[in-house]
Design a protein around this ligand. Sequence first.
Ligand code: G6P
Length: 605
Amino acid sequence: MCGIVGAAAQRDIVPILIEGLRRLEYRGYDSCGVAVLADGEPRRARSVARVADLDVQVRKAHLDGVTGIAHTRWATHGAPVTHNAHPIFSRGTVALVHNGIIENFVSLRDTLRGKGYEFVTQTDTEVITHLIHSVYQGDLFAAVRKAVQQLHGAYAIAVMHKDQPHTVVGARRGSPLVVGLGKGENFLASDTLALANSTDRFIFLEDGDVCELTLERVRIADRDGHDAGREVRTVAACGCAVELGPYRHFMQKEIFEQPCAIRDTIAKAGSLDSPLFDKVAGKVFSKIDSVLILACGTSYYSGLTAKYWFESIAKIPTQVEVASEYRYRDSVPNPRSLVVVISQSGETADTLAALEHAQSLGHKHTLAICNVAASAIVRLTKLAFLTEAGREIGVASTKAFTTQLVALFLLAATLGKLRGYVDSTLEATYIRQLQDLPAALSAVLALEPQIIAWAGEFARKENVLFLGRGLHYPIALEGALKLKEISYIHAEAYPAGELKHGPLALVTGAMPVVTVAPNDRLIEKLKSNMQEVRARGGELYVFADADTRIVNDEGLHVIRMPENYGLLSPILHVVPLQLLAYHTACVRGTDVDKPRNLAKSVTVE
Ligand code: G6P
């Protein structure tokens, strides 16, 4: 979702801004732009194509300057056309980029129109630009502080004024923004990755902060206007993660990185003990009697899977909620619940807001499962477990999901041990199974050629049904999500027992039915559900554990998985579904890593 880069330096900053935008491309965008202060005027270039196209434009136009802002836009208000792309100008004086949504933009626009401001875009952003222009009295920092007080909604902004040639002002509420500290130069960006080539010293702005960057100085005021002393953190550059290597897409690379990502994630888990989740986790865990999981998208499905583990291994009642629903519904808080927020990015607006909502209801026991150490969600929770997936670039989440599952399994088993349900023999078994998981995953990845053979068939379909039961129902949901996200084929998932209550009406030879078939205690029930499909002429594509004895037949296509992997089986079974979605999308020729309309980091609600 929208990405921001800004810089005040003594050298031409256009290459830094373009490089920053390239590094933010993974978040998802539909247009981009850059503006610099050159010869006392803001000049800009914008594109509805890729950052590479913007780069060509700025070179052709010889756009250069020592102060600048840049943006990747994910349209919310107004179509993704050039005139709506940021930076947005006000009267050739103020230039601004914005990530977020201004909820009161209509009333602000009417007021500003009354003052003679002309609106040339359909964006909510343009009101901020004119608003800042309208209150400017020679001090951009003061003008931004005054203007943001009138905004309702979420924003991260970077602003320049033609009369302040070495100054960039930023502000945030709800959407992320970091300050990067250089020597004789300073930067702003949506995340640290954008500036990985320029600095490793960062300040994470807090909600309500307004900052002013000049060459030598960074000034920050908090929401009350007081000078805010924010901590400077060193964040190691991880630029290597953006290299594609021998793979065709980042998604494929990330699918194949899963054995390694899981090995790194379990490396710290020599035993199942609470310090894995923080040194005060033992104290917190001793006070809880239930778990409330909040997340969005793929992370929500890892939460759904975990519910089965929490209730069966730790016998602890568990509730899983979509963050965007929880944040607005009336709920009955239980202060003894452990609130677990799951997020790859740690910046998802709805998850963040759901966490804050839970805290406002009195929930004190909070734990983040997150892939980004320096993220808002990790900063806001009491406890945290960091997954070691490495930077995930593909919009469709893969290795972040499986590492989240590993983290959640560790949490379930740790709680199970604390509550007396996991003895030392079981603990040793769990640890061994986790340690063997990377090798088991590699065996599943070796199934890729067989999956490619299926993908050709799937690419011609418009609808696909996914079935699973128990612990593997959330895996069927995740398989359907992967397919729709990147191949644009309509896909939905059902618990196989529900087939007869509706979806069976859709079953014909034209709609493949993908079935997740682990050899668990529900396998005979699942086989009966498969018969229901076959009896109606449906085509089944089954990922079956080797010990299920499900074999190829008419209307029944089988890929044999390794033998059943017990409670950790979902982590193996999701992998062929990721590969099926990936190869189907490749056959259809979609933009796999940046599917249409989707964003990696959803920083608006
Ligand atoms: C977006 C991404 C998904 C991700 C979801 C939640 O929709 O495209 O891949 O699962 O956000 O993101 P989070 O960073 O909170 O896990």
